[in-house]
Design a protein around this ligand. Structure first.
Ligand code: PLP
Length: 513
């Protein structure tokens, strides 16, 4: 018998019973966190220097008891986060992680399977197929389309545009690259409201930002199909090659919806790939009254929707669909010997559809969430957010000192504080005075938003659009109730009143009207 040296007791992981004990302690703290969430500030005012000074300890050489780490997490980390899961978080897009998604993350990490090829995680790959079909069904995309779960919409748009580029078979960019050859200028068309991920994709794909044609949006912040057709004609006349149009369903600033159907007809006519960015807007389709007002997503050659924005799914889960069979694999399938496996009928190697090889078991989160709430439960929750947004929009619109700037079919309200006296002054102003006044109102709104966020009881974000600086109130967190929105509206009015009380006497002097 060979002599096997004994292994130190100190190696290896925690014992399973210790994992359970620590896990219970953590779950208890999470429970308290959710029970008390309305009492904690949505965001922190600590400076970057203070935060780093507090957290920047030397690398620990010796083990630290986990109970101590948990204590420090609650003492030093949690109070200094911006809480996206807080019912008063209304910035960017109000996203939230629901309980089944939170628990799924725990099991995903416990199993730590890698869904790169079918054989490396069979049930994970099978579930990914299943939930992708469910998601396609929810948003009204072709359920037999190819799809893949990714970490974010930005990468999804990049992958879709890469597939669109490589669908131009004569260019053979995949093999020969873009450099050192004479190729036509590839053009991507989108509105000036589209997300910056379109430009980033153009940068990374070697198409270049100059070749992203950003078409000025119409009065309702939608891509104007007539201008789109004009741009395509002009480019063709110059010998450029129209590659893709990116239409947005739910723009970042105002939640506007591009006229997908008309855009699709133009794309068909010119043989251009249509990618739809419904990262924000897609799942609101579950709400019948919203569905009536929005566009048909199946018209896109490719489509991105973001469960981590509106489907109560913890980051990072995005779904990319492509109805052009084989187009994603045409760009991304590359199988070295060490990844060769025997394919079976129905199996999918999800590594074939993106740059990512190692992939977490994202499908489990969606499977648990969709089963836990059901389509009806998800639709009811989204419908409640829309109801809250409609209520707020109506309050803002009927208040003399505010303007409700845009009307998104989704749960996004853009408002602008403009005391009545300023509204009246604006009506009497010359164009030059109007400009000064608008600038003044922009600053007023920036100040109002800063004060709201400093209060810790709400976190909002802004956009600059045609009307000027607007405060965006995005609603959609699974924890947000009508009471929260009522309190929010009271607070916005109060902060606005207090601010104006300090300025009312001096504004004319300040802007020299
Ligand atoms: N598309 C739109 C319309 C967005 O608003 C965003 C982000 O807010 C994105 C794409 C990028 O999404 P992600 O953060 O998942 O990359």
């Amino acid at each position: 018998m060979t002599n096997i040296p004994p292994q130190s007791e100190n190696l290896g992981d925690w014992k399973p019973d210790e994992l359970e004990e620590q896990g219970r302690a953590l779950l208890h703290l999470i429970r308290e966190h959710f029970e008390e969430i309305r009492d904690i500030p949505v965001t922190t005012t600590i400076s970057a220097q203070e935060l780093l000074a507090m957290l920047d300890h030397p690398l620990p050489e010796e083990p630290i008891p986990f109970a101590e780490t948990l204590d420090e997490t609650w003492e030093k980390i949690i109070p200094h986060l911006t809480h996206w899961n807080h019912p008063s978080f209304h910035a960017y897009f109000s996203t939230s992680a629901s309980a089944p998604g939170i628990l799924a993350d725990l099991l995903i990490s416990s199993l730590n399977v890698n869904a790169m090829v079918w054989k490396s995680a069979p049930a994970a790959s099978a579930l990914e197929k299943v939930v992708l079909r469910w998601l396609a069904d929810m948003v009204g995309y072709n359920p037999t389309a190819e799809g893949v779960l990714l970490n974010g919409a930005s990468l999804a748009t990049f992958y879709a545009l890469a597939a669109a580029r490589d669908a131009q078979g004569d260019l053979d960019v995949r093999t020969k690259g873009l450099t050192g050859r004479s190729l036509p200028r590839l053009r991507i068309y989108t509105s000036d409201q589209a997300h910056s991920s379109v430009d980033k994709a153009a940068i990374a794909l070697g198409i270049g930002m100059d070749n992203v044609v950003r078409i000025p949006a119409d009065q309702k912040y939608r891509l104007d199909p007539n201008k789109l057709a004009e741009c395509i004609h002009a480019d063709l006349a110059q010998g450029y090659r129209p590659l893709a149009v990116v239409a947005t369903v739910g723009t970042t600033a105002t939640g506007a919806v591009d006229p997908v159907d008309t855009i699709a007809q133009i794309c068909e006519k010119f043989g251009i790939w249509l990618h739809i960015d419904a990262a924000y807007g897609g799942f609101w389709n579950l709400v019948p009254e919203v569905k009536e007002k929005t566009e048909k997503l199946q018209r896109g050659d490719s489509l991105v929707v973001n469960p981590h924005k509106t489907l109560y799914t913890p980051l990072e889960v995005t779904a990319l669909f492509c109805r052009r069979q084989g187009a994603l694999a045409n760009t991304f399938r590359l199988v070295p010997e060490y990844l060769q496996t025997v394919r079976e009928d129905g199996s999918v190697d999800f590594m074939d559809f993106s740059l990512q090889l190692g992939r977490s078991f994202r499908a489990l989160k969606l499977w648990w969430i969709i089963r836990s709430f059901g389509r009806k439960g998800l639709a009811a929750r989204l419908g409640e957010s829309v109801r809250q947004a409609r209520w707020l929009a109506q309050k803002v619109a009927s208040h003399p000192d505010f303007i409700c700037v845009t009307a998104s079919p989704f749960a996004l309200v853009c408002l602008r504080f403009m005391p009545q006296v300023l509204k009246e002054a604006r009506q009497r102003s010359t164009p030059e005075q109007k400009e000064k006044l608008d600038q003044y109102v922009d600053n007023l709104n920036a100040e109002l938003m800063a004060k709201l966020n400093e209060s810790g009881s709400v976190f909002a974000s802004h956009a600059i659009i045609r009307e000027g600086y607007v405060i965006r109130i995005s609603i959609g967190n699974i924890h947000t109730k009508m009471d929260d929105i009522q309190r929010l509206w009271e607070q916005i009015q109060k902060v606005g009143e207090d601010l104006w009380a300090k300025k009312a006497a001096a504004w004319q002097e300040q802007i020299k009207l």
